[in-house]
Design a protein around this ligand. Sequence first.
Ligand code: MG
Ligand code: ZN
Length: 221
Amino acid sequence: MTTTVPVVENILGANERLAQTNRARLDETRTFTVNFMASPGAGKTSLILRTVAALKDRYRLAGVDGDVATTIDADRMAAAGIPAVQINTGGSCHLDAVMLQGALPQIALEDTDVLVIENVGNLICPANFPLGAHLNILIASVPEGADKPYKYPNMYRGVQAVILNKTDLLPYFDFDMDYFRRGVEALNPGLAFFPLSAKTGEGFDAWLSWLTSQADAYLTP
Ligand code: MG
Ligand code: ZN
């Protein structure tokens, strides 16, 4: 009992230090890095693919995809014309800074403006393992229900924006938007919020405009 907490703190502390090392490497090569987190089924991959399709004429893009076992999502990025590196976590339910550090040498960072990271679908631990990204984005979705900020507060505290995906399904779900917004606001006041549908494109322009303003502010100081 007495040793458990220090061990966990050491693991998280080591991750935090490595995340800073990753950030230094990304800054050295001027690579704006965005870490997407979500539960399984929130539509991460579709949203990322639609985002990179919209950005690829504007920035030089690359992707890192974390998955427990498959390369399906990295293959989809590669098919979209984005060089992508797969991290198979070997059963681990999140990416950590060590895994990203291992992937970075496989990416031409000097020739990359924006690096997109798709974390493992999980609403618990990714928040505890910063990677060194400049932006951490949480993707929620309408079918998951409006109570997620109340159930997974840590995921909502550490992010710079929340996307609510699958708004095309709002007519079919009893999703209390005010309750959801209040939950997010209590945890992360003033957080950027983008309700959208990666399927229909509704709401997508506001998200793209915010993301490109963040990237441009970093890339053109
Ligand atoms: Mg770069
Ligand atoms: Zn995990």
